[in-house]
Ligand binder design. Structure first.
Ligand SMILES: NC(=O)c1ccc[n+]([C@@H]2O[C@H](COP(=O)([O-])OP(=O)(O)OC[C@H]3O[C@@H](n4cnc5c(N)ncnc54)[C@H](OP(=O)(O)O)[C@@H]3O)[C@@H](O)[C@H]2O)c1
Length: 331
C-alpha cells in the first residue's frame, strides 16, 4: 500500500481500535500511593439476578474497578460476581473495590463496614467512602431510611459528619479498608472537614457530567490531593445526555457512541468514572475510552456553560449540603 495512504488511514483510525484497551486501562494515583483504574463499573439499581453477571462479565472483559454501596442492597450479588472473577484466575489485589458507609451507620462505622465485607465476601475493600455527610437516626423506624411522623428524614442531630470521619480514620487502621474517602461533599463541607481531619480523604465521589460539571469541587479537590470519581456520567437512568447535540458531534468526529464521549470527558479531566450497566454489550462499549483533544473538552464544557446546573441526585434529607446550585435548598 502507498505509505502516505497507509499513514492517512492510521491517522483517521480511532485510538480505541488501534489500542483497544490502552485508554480504558488508564490509572490514577490516590494520595495513599495506591493506583485506581480510571474506569469502574457502577452497581446502583443493578437488579438482583443481573448484577452478579454484570460484575463477572465486566471483570472478564477487563474492568478492574467496581463501585458498590451498602444502601444499594446488592452487595452479596456484587460479591458473587467478584468471586466468579477470582475463581477464573483474576487476583484480588488486581481489582479495586469501593463500598460506602450508609447514613444510619455514621456512629457505627466498623459495624457497617463489617456487614459490607461479609456481603461482598472480602477481607478488605480498597476504598471506603462516607456516602453522604448526613448522619441519620441509628434507632429510627427503619434500618436505612428512618422517617419522622411527618414523613421527613429522621436525622441524627446528636452526631456530626466530622465525628464520622474520626471513626473512618480509626477503621483505616484496622486494614479492613486500604483507603478512606467521602462522597457528595461540596467545597463548603470539605472546608469544614479538612482542618479537623488527620487523614485527608483519598477520594470525593460526586455527581458529575456536562449538566453538572462541578469545576469548583474538582479544582478544590485537586489542590488538596483528593481524587474525584464522577458518578451518573450519562445523567443516570435513561441517559438524558446521549441526546445532546454537542455530545453527538464529538461522537461523530471520533466515530464512537455518545456514551464513550461522556466517559472519555472525565478521564481527560483526570477523574475516575463509574458507568452503571447490566448489559454485556454496553459494559464492553463503555470501555471504548478515547483521547480527548482541547476542542472536545471545550465542546462539553460549552454544554455546562449554556445550561443552568442540573443536579439529578439530591435525596430529600432536608439539609443544605453546600452546593452552589442548591444554595438554601433542602430538597
Ligand atoms: N455516591 C453516590 O451518592 C452515587 C450516586 C449515584 C450513583 N453512584 C454510582 O455511580 C454509578 C453510575 O451512576 P448511575 O447508575 O446513576 O447512572 P449512569 O451510569 O449515568 O447511567 C446508567 C444508565 O445508563 C444505561 N447505560 C449504560 N451504558 C450505556 C450505554 N453505553 N448506552 C446506553 N445506555 C447505557 C444503563 O442501563 P443498562 O444497565 O440497561 O445498560 C442505566 O440505565 C452508580 O451505579 C453507582 O455505582 C454513586
Amino acid at each position: 500500500m502507498n505509505p502516505s495512504l497507509a499513514n492517512f488511514i492510521l491517522k483517521k483510525t480511532p485510538d480505541f481500535i488501534l489500542h483497544p484497551t490502552k485508554m480504558a486501562d488508564t490509572k490514577f494515583t490516590l494520595n495513599t500511593g495506591a493506583k485506581v483504574p480510571a474506569l469502574g463499573l457502577g452497581t446502583w439499581q443493578s437488579a438482583p439476578g443481573e448484577v452478579t453477571k454484570a460484575v463477572s462479565h465486566a471483570l472478564k472483559v477487563g474492568y478492574r474497578h467496581v463501585d458498590a454501596a451498602y444502601i444499594y442492597g446488592n452487595e452479596d450479588e456484587v460479591g458473587a460476581g467478584l468471586k466468579e472473577g477470582f475463581d477464573s484466575g483474576i487476583k484480588r489485589e488486581d481489582v479495586f473495590v469501593t463500598t460506602k458507609l450508609w447514613c444510619t451507620y455514621h456512629s457505627r462505622v466498623e459495624e457497617n463496614l463489617d456487614k459490607s465485607l461479609s456481603k461482598l465476601g472480602l477481607d478488605y475493600v480498597d476504598l471506603y467512602l462516607m456516602h453522604w455527610p448526613v448522619p441519620m437516626n441509628p434507632k429510627g423506624n427503619h434500618e436505612t431510611i428512618p422517617k419522622l411522623p411527618d414523613g421527613s428524614r429522621d436525622l441524627d442531630k446528636s452526631w456530626s459528619y466530622i465525628q464520622t470521619w474520626k471513626e473512618m480514620e480509626k477503621v483505616l487502621k484496622t486494614g479492613k479498608t486500604k483507603a478512606i474517602g467521602v462522597a457528595n461533599f461540596s467545597v463548603e463541607y470539605l472546608e469544614e472537614l479538612l482542618p479537623q481531619a488527620e487523614v485527608v480523604p483519598a477520594m470525593n465521589q460526586i455527581e458529575c457530567h456536562p449538566y453538572l460539571a462541578q469545576h469548583d469541587v474538582g479544582d478544590y479537590c485537586k489542590e488538596k490531593g483528593i481524587l474525584i470519581t464522577a458518578y451518573s456520567p450519562f445523567g443516570s437512568t435513561g441517559g438524558p445526555l446521549f441526546q445532546e447535540k454537542e455530545i453527538q458531534e464529538v461522537a461523530k468526529k471520533h466515530d464512537v457512541t455518545p456514551g464513550c464521549v461522556l466517559l472519555s470527558y472525565h478521564i481527560a479531566r483526570g477523574n475516575c468514572v463509574i458507568p452503571k450497566s447490566v448489559n454485556p454489550s454496553r459494559i464492553e462499549e463503555n470501555m471504548r475510552i478515547i483521547k480527548f483533544d482541547h476542542s472536545d473538552l471545550q465542546a462539553l464544557d460549552h454544554i455546562s456553560k449554556n445550561h443552568p446546573p442540573k443536579r439529578l441526585i439530591f435525596p430529600a434529607f432536608g439539609l443544605d449540603l453546600g452546593f452552589p446550585d442548591k444554595k438554601g435548598a433542602t430538597e
